[in-house]
Design a protein around this ligand. Structure first.
Ligand code: SAM
Length: 290
């Protein structure tokens, strides 16, 4: 890894000098959402993309977050669980209250960081596999299928509580701008149709080289996961948190780009960790026949 890091300036110069355009395109599938596909043959070691993050936030709770009143009971829940089950990485065998605590802590922290990103519009376009909105959260409506619902997809708002008439839905206050200014407009929406910034962060974040910062990217965050040798690309960050994505083997045109989200994670913890952090059951070729 150190060898690649020292080669980054040379790789960047090479990447900037090549005149043959982008090496991948974005596609969409019903099962695994958006993904990237190679549009030409790529050789081992070639740089596929270099990009700066759209947003970032510290991996651990900041002192400002720790001072918030609602945070102490959430941390207490997580610490109690860690005492009973061991360290809180690598497994989804935790009780629902721990998952809830994780959801809330991430959501609260995104208010201090991701919500203030100048690229917020691009961040909202990323996927949210968690769908864990609660009262007070900024949300975006997503995935409504009916004709009327489709018109609401992409609108932003804030959850103001549970819908009194239907406890399975949340009341969302949309802010609609019109010629007379901002008008209040409440809608009743199922949680599964609401993206949150915390959910987006957890679904899409990669850590920096020191594992202290979570970073989200416009293109890198569209690359789906495959475990270990089933992955054909790797990423490495430079000191400015820009991600370099390199081919770790030869990639044929038309092949999906795949990255290991959890390099170094032990095999026995992998499926649980992917489920907890990204909320999917891994179907890569290492796990298809399990
Ligand atoms: C970082 S995003 C990747 C891009 C995403 N497919 C999209 O639509 O934007 C991670 C999410 O993609 C999906 N995903 C990625 N790799 C997958 C895999 N091997 N099997 C199933 N779903 C996967 C899961 O929904 C996961 O939470």
């Amino acid at each position: 890894m150190e060898k690649i890091k020292s080669a980054l300036p040379k790789l960047e110069a090479l990447y900037n000098s090549r005149g043959d355009g982008c090496y991948y395109k974005l596609q969409q599938s019903n099962e695994r959402g958006a993904f990237l596909v190679a549009t030409r043959e790529i050789q081992t070691g070639e740089v596929i993309l270099i990009e700066r993050p759209l947003g970032k936030q510290p991996s651990e709770p900041t002192p400002a977050l720790l001072q918030q009143r609602e945070v102490a009971p959430l941390l207490e829940t997580m610490q109690r669980c860690a005492r009973t089950h061991g360290h809180l990485t690598g497994t989804s065998r935790y009780p629902p209250e721990v998952r809830h605590a994780l959801d809330r802590l991430t959501e609260l922290q995104t208010k201090e960081f991701v919500l203030k990103s100048p690229d917020l519009g691009a961040i909202w376009k990323l996927a949210d596999s968690h769908r864990c909105a609660e009262k007070g959260d900024r949300v975006m409506i997503d995935g409504l299928k009916s004709d009327a619902g489709q018109k609401l997809n992409g609108l932003e708002g804030q959850v103001v509580g549970i819908d009194e008439k239907d406890k399975h839905r949340l009341a969302v206050e949309l802010s609609t701008n019109n010629s007379k200014g901002t008008k209040s407009n409440k809608k009743s929406i199922k949680r599964e149709n609401l993206k949150t910034l915390g959910g987006i962060l957890r679904t899409n974040a990669f850590v920096d080289n020191h594992e202290t910062t979570m970073l989200i990217f416009k293109d890198l965050s569209r690359i789906n996961h495959a475990c270990g040798d089933a992955a054909n690309v790797i990423k490495i960050c430079d000191e400015k948190d820009r991600a370099f994505v390199l081919a770790r083997c030869d990639i044929a045109s038309g092949q999906e780009l795949l990255i290991d989200y959890i390099p170094g994670e032990k095999e026995e913890d992998r499926l649980d960790y992917l489920q907890m952090k990204y909320n999917f059951r891994c179907q890569c070729k290492m796990h298809t026949y399990m």
